[in-house]
Design a binder for this molecule. Structure first.
Ligand code: GDP
Length: 348
């Protein structure tokens, strides 16, 4: 329980919490569904549940993975997941797919992905929540991550595609952020231009089997590019690896120890950040930023729901678009409407 246990847990949800803590995958799925629900009643229950589970969270290795569609994310994650399970870990895979919230279609989330991994008791795979904005989706994914941690999954992988802000979002909720790249000329330039490379703690060139020479060349170029960037940490210079996630043995684990090498790198990163105190600082910073994101989102939605604002907003939005009023004047007017959002803020 936290220091502010203001929300009681109902009997049904107490049972759900026990199920989660026991690591039951059905309970985990049910708890995440509750968290993802937009119904106010469910949100209250979800808040109480999370509050209750909080002491059991925070112990997992939180890994973010990004890369363009087709780079091999699901192939890589499945191979990594199977390898980790073989070495005694329990692995949860969550996805943030910004495309699903914008278009209703999904680049990441179909169920046929990671078939072998999804059949394992020691794995839990959850596609992206589809409702709401990216902010909302990210919020739900963070909460899903906590539930998985409370259920004893000791490795949480959050996967995303490089659309919009999603990479920054995932880097902002994980301990180690991995960029998967294709060894195509120009691909690394694009990632550098977009600023994704600066977020990466580890860069991996996948599909090295297709053209090993090109993969080595691309890795070399990436190393030079990274050497020129100011590293985000004083204690870690992002390494560049190349792997072939698709070259599997019958157990589903790639031959040649690719995943073991990758995981050893992840563990070295964790050790460097733990010893320097950076991991704890990073998580504190992420928790504060998350709180402010929730406050911003809450204020914004309450502001929009104010009757005076709801009445004025369409007109003023039009006027700003037409250039007949300035954005600053319109914003000032909305913020100063009587019966205003912040005068009498009601939290429900
Ligand atoms: P995602 O969209 O990033 O999740 O990519 P997928 O994991 O679905 O992979 C896209 C395609 O690339 C699939 O046909 C995979 O079989 C193939 N693929 C993935 N990794 C490798 C690899 O290391 N080598 C080769 N040759 N193909 C791969």
């Amino acid at each position: 329980m936290t220091d502010f246990p203001d929300i009681p847990l109902g009997a049904e949800d107490r049972e759900l919490a026990d199920g989660v803590r026991a690591g039951a995958r059905r309970a985990v799925a049910k708890a995440i569904t509750l968290v993802e629900s937009v119904k106010p009643e469910h949100q209250k229950r979800a808040a109480a549940l999370l509050d209750h589970l909080l002491p059991d969270t925070g112990k997992a290795m939180r890994l973010g993975i990004t890369g363009v569609p087709g780079v091999g994310k699901s192939t890589f994650i499945e191979a990594l997941g199977l390898d980790l399970i073989a070495r005694g870990h329990r692995v949860a895979v969550l996805a943030i797919d910004p495309s699903s919230s914008v278009t209703g279609g999904s680049i990441l989330g179909d169920k046929t992905r990671m078939e072998q991994l999804s059949m394992r008791e020691e794995a839990f795979i959850r596609p992206s929540p589809s409702a709401g904005s990216l902010g909302g989706v990210a919020e739900k994914t963070r909460e899903a991550m906590l539930i998985c941690e409370a259920a004893g999954f000791d490795v949480i992988i959050v996967e995303t595609v490089g659309v919009g802000q999603s990479e920054t979002t995932v880097a902002g909720m994980t301990d180690c952020f991995v960029l998967l790249q294709l060894p195509n000329a120009g691909d690394e330039l694009q990632a550098i231009k977009k600023g994704v490379v600066e977020l990466a703690d580890i860069v991996v060139f996948n599909k090295a089997d297709l053209d090993p020479v090109a993969a080595e060349r691309a890795a070399g170029q990436m190393r030079s590019a990274l050497a020129m960037l100011r590293p985000a940490s004083d204690h870690w210079q992002p390494p560049v690896l190349s792997v072939s996630a698709a070259r599997r043995t019958p157990t589903g684990i790639p031959s040649g120890n690719a995943m073991a090498d990758f995981w050893a790198t992840v563990e070295r990163h964790r050790q460097a950040l733990t010893e320097s105190g950076e991991l704890a600082a990073k998580r504190r910073h992420q928790a504060r930023a998350w709180m402010w994101q929730l406050i911003d989102a809450g204020l914004r939605s309450r502001f929009r729901r104010q009757p005076a604002v709801a009445a004025e907003l369409p007109k003023l939005t039009e006027a700003v678009a037409a250039g007949t009023t300035t954005p600053a004047a319109a914003a000032k007017r909305l913020l100063e409407l009587p019966g205003h959002a912040y005068d009498n803020l009601k939290f429900d």
